[in-house]
Design a protein around this ligand. Structure first.
Ligand code: SME
Length: 167
């Protein structure tokens, strides 16, 4: 029998469709916001603000930029964050070192997770790529467990491509 506390398959499909549309609209908004501005700090700041206010259930959204062997915090929205993350450490440092997106449904289960805000329960980190190299990461935190799914990952990878081209 259908459990009314769980979404029907139809609801799941609708939610996915809405999320895809949300990311398409956000990608257009970010592209337009950054299109005419050559300053990297201004563009990262506006991208962080647009993402933070467009996506539900986030407590942190922003950037870390690679400087030598460490990631340094860049423009963000949310509580003050750890300033330096050595390459290869935490979710951000691992994503940058391995040049791949990392979706963490439960941060307490990720070995080496760096807790900047104890409210964070799940996290999505996407590398910012330039050519064959990594210039930084886009980091999203949520106070909800398992907040991010495949649609968020694809949507954020597309945002990261648009943003990296304007930094
Ligand atoms: N949790 C991250 C650190 C950055 S804060 O979430 C803003 C990590 O483990 O790399």
């Amino acid at each position: 029998m259908h459990d009314p506390s769980r979404p029907t398959p139809w609801t799941c499909v609708r939610r996915e469709a809405n999320k895809v549309v949300l990311y398409e609209e956000l990608a257009r908004e970010v592209d337009a916001l950054l299109a005419d501005e050559p300053d990297a700090v201004a563009n990262a700041a506006n991208a962080a603000a647009a993402i933070y206010h467009a996506l539900p259930a986030l407590n942190w959204a922003g950037f870390y930029f690679l400087r030598g062997e460490a990631l340094i915090v860049g423009p963000f929205q949310g509580l003050p964050a750890c300033v330096r993350i050595p390459l290869g450490q935490g979710v951000c440092g691992t994503a940058a070192a391995e040049r791949r997106s990392i979706l963490v449904p439960d941060v307490s289960a990720f070995p080496g997770h760096i807790a900047c805000d104890v409210a964070s329960r799940s996290e999505l980190v996407v590398p910012l790529l330039r050519g064959d190299g990594v210039i930084g990461v886009l980091d999203l935190d949520s106070p909800e467990l398992a907040r991010f799914d495949e649609a968020d990952l694809i949507g954020c990878e597309n945002l990261a491509r648009i943003i990296a081209a304007r930094l």
